[in-house]
Design a protein. Sequence first.
Lengths: 142, 142
Amino acid sequence: MNIGQAAQASGISAKMIRYYESIGLVPPAGRRGSGYRDYGPADLHRLGFIRRARDLGFSVERIRLLLELWSDQGRSNAEVKVIALTHINELEGRAQQLQEMAGALRTLANACDGDGRPDCPIIQGLEAGEAPACHGAPPARQ
Amino acid sequence: MNIGQAAQASGISAKMIRYYESIGLVPPAGRRGSGYRDYGPADLHRLGFIRRARDLGFSVERIRLLLELWSDQGRSNAEVKVIALTHINELEGRAQQLQEMAGALRTLANACDGDGRPDCPIIQGLEAGEAPACHGAPPARQ
DNA sequence: CCTGCACCTTCCCATCATGGGAAGGTCAAC
DNA sequence: GTTGACCTTCCCATGATGGGAAGGTGCAGG
């Protein structure tokens, strides 16, 4: 199976498959006489694992850990769970940050009529610094 | 005022102030005889605007637009509001993506006892692809 | 005046995951 | 045999940020 077919089957682009090989996330693929990479079912299985982990937002380094645990028959599921829970915390933390930004900006936008006049609370908020989502840090005045 | 003091006053690192100058987000700073950059109140005002926009998650290119609108006395607040609402949508979209990932992963993690045995639903989910957040759920907007 | 230290300057490199594109080789269908 | 789709490697770019080197400046204390 060529890299293009493996890409289509796994949902990972050929570029990324080569990249994952270069950084050791997947072992070097077998080569045909022509030099073309050749992928078998085991390779696709691994690529599928990687794609699903990536779809869950895991970084390459965390995926590397997960792959090690995957191939370690004697591992404890507690190890896996720790990684998963850590990742969940990070995802939710980032999501919350984004929502705080959105909320702060929405407050400004709600105050803006958008009626075509030059007067704009959004710009004024950016200009004057009505303390955006920054957890109550007092404004550094000098 | 040196760049270091401007950095402290604005909350933007000296590195980033130079970068913003290099990409034209702030005009070239005045120079002292020594070649040191020199910052005045107007510069700090602009840097403060940029920092607050950045804290709200605006990209540099959007900040560039906002700065143009800021200095355009005859602008319509509707233009500003469009940018803000667009950005709010993007922030909330990204937040939702992250939360969908976290939710899918939490489902797997909840199924995992973490009791030290090798059996692990998280790994199994990644291996078998129990359809993570990819498809199925229509974008429920509330 | 000299020394030392903190600061400034420019320039290059690294991140992280991904894509674009060039130059050249291979394969398969017609 | 030609053609077009595919493969190979290699280099470059992204966005926003930091690290660090090599060299110049500013200021305070001797």
